[in-house]
Structure formats: structure tokens, C-alpha cells
Design a protein around this ligand. Structure first.
Ligand code: PLP
Length: 496
């Protein structure tokens, strides 16, 4: 894939000297200060010049590995040399998620205060497994997640906990739901038990694959998950859900959890939570809401309705690392039954006992990890720097840009929308007569991506290959959206 990068190495100031690591101990204070300043300059230039870089890494599989030594360095090397190789080898092998024309998957981005938070968290290097191993991390996490809960308009009965990703948050939610069925699964496991019926989790056909992976990981097996069809707006068909649960009960199965999605991955569709809730309640099932992508949008007052019904959900996941300008990774699980989560995961050996343990919260009681990163710090810095209004303004603008792009699609005879647009994701394709639409749209997408000027991704809806344009990057402006529209039309003219 050929693409001429407009700039070479990032404009790095020349280092006056080149210092190696001392014989023992860490880098000297003077070197740390000088190199640290240079690295911040490097990052500032990286952001400033990012539009000169191809969004998608313009390399072939194996290219980077072929340029790296296969044996570790015996002697230490200078940071100057390491940064030279960062410019020469690593940066060209990056796909630039911070590029404002990154429109693929769910476009996301870091932000300056978030980067500072990561830097400080690396400096503190706290392992927040017990309250005493990081009181700051433990207590700041509770406070910051309660701020976010208020901003999203979630019920005060919901308590937050941070994990790395939504995949892991949902896994923990389903584990807590399974603990709630009172079948002594923690103690006795699931295998070899004739007294245990088939436990079932219900999701829509549009649910994210992470839910199925969680079900597999928890030993429920793929048979333990039932996929419910969706309506013409890609939302869970509530009547089909009720019928599936009733049928499973007649067969002696144990329906115990429904996972509804607010903001599905393919189309950002929103399952009708308020209608799903009574069905779950009728069968005493746990309702987990996967709002990994869209949850952040609920901080915008006029979009808060996307979480309507969630006040009665048992748990909900949202990812500030998706659409809240917080560097990857930071996922939040809100849960109404922290006692069940704790029952599922708490195991305190002698060497972790502390005198205060009954009075405090310790993160390791609520998950499979022992040590936990100080992730709350970066979210705290992001929330304080931008404020609720600043964050909401950025998300609101992304939704406006997506609607603008969708309006161009609607006005054009060459393109069509393939799904409603509740937030900032546009699903579309071109449909000229006489061409196979799937291969044409695929070729257009590859053409756009190979140009290095923008990055799109795709999905399949109603068996049609569908292009996706997701707007969520803090640097994306109307100019970038116009550019990708022009690029799509250029590709269409070339290929039609
Ligand atoms: N749920 C939804 C709806 C998603 O769109 C995604 C990823 O895009 C995930 C879950 C998984 O997110 P993570 O990478 O944080 O595990």
C-alpha cells in the first residue's frame, strides 16, 4: 500500500547530549526532566502534524517485525536512540486513532488532560488491590464514578467500578447475575452436575460479540446464550424475547439474564429497555445494559432519553475510553448489587488481610484481578478540565456532524442510508444500477482507506455490505467530514 507521508520524523528538538542509564538505579533527575520535556514536545508535535500521516498504517504484515532485532539488548541504549527508532520504525507502523479523519469502528480519542492522567498514574504506579495499597485510587474512583453517574442521570442505587474494557465489565456483570441464581456455582462449579438446568442469557442478534465471549468464559457455553431477532430498526424484538423465555422455561431451562444494548456496534440502535424491564422482572432475571459506546451520550441533556428505563436495570457498562475523551483503557460497570459482585469474586488470603477491611472498599474484592491500575485519575482530570458542559458540547457536535453527513447522503441520488441515526454513526452505501453493490462498496472503502486520508469500516445489515462512518474524535471538524464525503464521491466516480 503506497502512501507518501507528508512529514518525516516528528519535529523533535535535537538533544544536546546522549546519556545512558547509570550502573544502578533509575535515570538521573536531570535526564528525566530534560527527556520528559522533549517527549512532551514530541507528543505536541505528533498531534500538530498528525493530518500529514496516513490514518491506516501503510505497512504490510510482518514489516515491523522484520526491522526489529530478534534478541534483547544486552547493554542499555540512550533514550535519544530509542526515540529515533520510535520515529523510524514504530510511528510508521501505527494506525492513528487520534487522526481527525479516523471514522472506523467507533471513532474515539484521547485528550491532553487524559494523557497527563496516564503519565501521573504511571509515576505513582499504585496497585489498588486493597484500600491501603492505594487509598487515593480507591476513593477517587468512587467519587468520580458517582459524578459520572449523576451526569448520565443514572439511579443513585447504581455503584460504579472500573475495569479495563467493556468485555471485562460485562463478564463481571454476568458473573454477578449467575451468583444471584443461588445454585452454589461459586462453590461447586457447573460441570458434572445433574441438578443444574441449562442457564440462559438473552441478547439481540445485534449484541456485541463480547457478551458471547463472556458466556463462553463463564462456562455457560454457547448454548447458554439465545439470540433474539431485531425489528426493522435493529432493536431487540421484545415480543420474541418474551416468547423465547417462555419456551425455554417450558423446556426446563433457567433464564437468568438479559443483556440489552444501548448503541449497538453495527448501527448504534437502542434496544427498548423500558419494555424489556418488565419481562425480565416477571422472570426474576438480571438486566445488564451494554452502553459501552452510547452511555457517554447520556450526559447531553437532550440525549439522556437513550437510557430511559435503565433506572430499573441491574447493571450497565459504559466506556469513557470510547466517547469521553479518556485514553484507553477505562470501562465503568455500574451495578445495583455490589454484594453479589463481591460474593462472586472476593477471596482474601491471609497475606491480604488488613485491620480496616470491614470498613473500606477494596477493588480486588470485585473482580478477577488483584492489582488494579489508578485509572480514575485520568477520568478525574478529563472531567475537571472539560466540565460536564464541555464534554456534552463535544458529543453534541459529533452528533451534528453525523446528521450533516447523513443529510448529504439523503440528498444524493448515488447513496442511501441503511439504518436510522440516533447518535453519531452513519450506516450507508452506494447503489448504482448494473454493479454488484457489495463489491463496489467494498472497493470504495478500500480506496478511501488506502488513500491514507480517512479510515472507514463496514458491517453487514440485512445481508447488504454497509459502510460505517463514526464520529467521535475530539479533533474532528466539519472540514474532515466534508473531505471524507469528497473522497467517497471521488472513489465512486473512479469505480462506477
Ligand atoms: N459493547 C459494544 C456495544 C461495543 O461497541 C464494543 C466495542 O466496540 C464493546 C462492547 C467492547 O468494548 P471493549 O473493547 O471495551 O471490550
Amino acid at each position: 500500500m503506497a502512501y507518501a507521508c507528508k512529514i518525516g520524523a516528528v519535529d523533535k528538538p535535537q538533544a544536546p547530549t546522549s546519556h545512558l542509564a547509570p550502573d544502578l538505579g533509575d535515570m538521573s533527575k536531570e535526564d528525566f526532566r530534560r527527556l520528559g520535556h522533549e517527549l512532551v514536545d514530541w507528543i505536541a508535535d505528533y498531534f500538530h502534524n498528525i493530518e500529514g500521516r496516513p490514518v491506516l498504517a501503510a505497512i504490510e504484515p510482518g514489516d515491523l517485525k522484520a526491522q526489529l532485532p530478534s534478541v534483547p539488548p544486552i547493554q542499555g541504549e540512550s533514550m535519544e536512540k530509542i526515540i529515533e527508532d520510535l520515529d523510524r520504525l514504530i510511528v510508521p507502523a501505527l494506525t492513528h486513532w487520534s487522526h481527525p479523519s479516523f471514522f472506523a469502528y467507533f471513532a474515539t480519542s484521547t485528550s491532553a488532560p487524559g494523557i497527563f492522567g496516564e503519565m501521573l498514574s504511571a509515576a505513582f504506579d499504585n496497585k489498588a488491590m486493597l484500600w491501603r495499597t492505594s487509598p487515593a485510587s480507591t476513593e477517587l474512583e468512587e467519587v468520580v464514578l458517582d459524578w459520572l453517574r449523576q451526569m448520565m442521570g443514572l439511579d443513585p442505587g447504581m455503584h460504579g467500578i472500573i475495569y479495563d474494557t467493556a468485555s471485562v465489565s460485562s463478564l463481571h456483570a454476568i458473573a454477578a447475575a449467575r451468583e444471584g441464581v443461588e445454585k452454589r456455582i461459586r462453590e461447586e462449579g457447573m460441570s458434572g452436575r445433574s441438578d443444574l438446568p441449562l442457564l440462559r442469557v438473552y441478547v439481540s442478534e445485534q449484541a456485541h460479540s463480547s457478551i458471547e465471549k463472556a458466556v463462553i468464559t463463564l462456562g455457560l457455553g454457547q448454548r447458554g446464550m439465545r439470540k433474539i431477532p431485531t425489528d426493522n430498526k435493529f432493536r431487540m424484538d421484545v415480543r420474541a424475547l418474551a416468547e423465547a423465555i417462555n419456551e425455554d422455561k417450558r423446556n426446563g431451562y433457567l433464564p437468568f439474564c438479559v443483556v440489552a444494548t444501548v448503541g449497538t456496534t453495527s448501527t448504534s440502535s437502542i434496544d427498548p429497555i423500558a419494555e424489556i424491564i418488565p419481562i425480565g422482572e416477571e422472570h426474576a432475571m438480571w438486566l445488564h445494559v451494554d452502553a459501552a459506546y452510547a452511555g457517554s451520550a447520556a450526559i447531553v441533556p437532550e440525549l439522556r432519553h437513550i437510557l430511559a428505563g435503565c433506572e430499573r436495570a441491574d447493571s450497565l457498562v459504559t466506556n469513557p475510553h470510547k466517547w469521553l475523551f479518556t485514553p484507553f483503557d477505562l470501562s465503568v460497570l455500574y451495578c445495583r448489587h455490589m454484594d453479589l459482585l463481591k460474593r462472586a469474586f472476593s477471596l482474601v488470603p491471609e497475606y491480604l488481610r488488613t485491620p480496616e477491611q470491614e470498613k473500606v472498599r477494596s477493588g480486588s474484592d470485585y473482580g478477577i484481578q488483584l492489582g488494579r491500575r489508578f485509572r480514575a485519575l485520568k477520568l478525574w482530570m478529563v472531567m475537571r478540565y472539560f466540565g460536564h458542559e464541555g464534554l456534552a458540547a463535544r458529543i453534541r457536535e459529533h452528533c451534528r456532524l453525523a446528521r450533516l453527513f447523513a443529510s448529504w447522503i439523503e440528498e444524493s441520488p448515488d447513496w442511501e442510508l441503511l439504518a436510522p441515526l440516533p447518535l453519531a454513526l452513519v450506516c450507508f452505501r452506494t447503489c448504482p444500477a448494473g454493479k454488484d453493490p457489495d463489491s463496489l462498496n467494498e472497493a470504495i472503502m478500500h480506496g478511501v482507506n488506502a488513500s491514507g486520508r480517512a479510515l472507514l469500516s463496514h458491517t453487514r445489515l440485512n445481508d447488504k455490505l454497509t459502510l460505517r462512518l463514526s464520529i467521535g474524535n475530539i479533533r474532528t471538524t466539519e472540514r474532515h467530514v466534508r473531505d471524507v464525503w469528497d473522497l467517497l464521491n471521488e472513489q465512486l466516480q473512479l469505480l462506477r
